[in-house]
Design a binder for this molecule. Structure first.
Ligand code: CMP
Length: 140
């Protein structure tokens, strides 16, 4: 199995409830290493660009409003099979369908306010990491 990197976002619903540390612990307990991290607040333009693939979806405007409603923590996670592993730790997009012990099962408020984002494939991971971090920010 290859060592991969993936982009994670701890979303405004989670920072609002002071859950950053508990979510990071889930990543680390799964063997993922945090090799870059920044707390920031997305502008509307940044959120629209990041979620551009969803532009035509009915939830797009609400998603952008939610993602700009408070601070987020953007991180690069590294480890064996990191993209799939992170998705496993996050659980299903809709917390109603998420497995026990996953971040979304334990913490998500709704399908929109679902506490975390994670890249879904190697190409999107590379693009999403580049969106937030320069090579110099990532220290493995
Ligand atoms: P995320 O994994 O960041 O990718 C797209 C986001 O859109 C998703 O998590 C949710 O926060 C949000 N979203 C809101 N409604 C839906 C929906 N019906 N289906 C998928 N994603 C949704």
């Amino acid at each position: 199995m290859a060592v991969e990197r993936t982009l994670s976002i701890i979303k405004p619903d989670a920072t609002r409830r002071n859950l950053t540390g508990r979510i990071i612990t889930k990543f680390e307990e799964a063997g993922l290493r945090i090799v870059a991290s920044r707390r920031t607040r997305l502008s509307t333009a940044q959120a629209e660009l990041f979620y551009g693939v969803h532009r035509e979806r009915p939830f797009f405007r609400s998603l952008v409003d939610f993602m700009t409603s408070g601070p987020v923590v953007v991180q690069v996670l590294e480890g064996e099979n990191a993209i799939a592993k992170n998705r496993e730790v996050m659980g299903a997009t809709n917390p109603a369908n998420a497995a026990p012990g996953t971040i979304r099962k334990e913490f998500a408020e709704s399908i929109e306010a679902n506490s975390v984002h994670g890249s879904d494939a190697p190409e999107t991971a590379a693009n999403e990491i580049r969106f937030f971090f320069s090579g110099l920010d990532i220290v493995g």
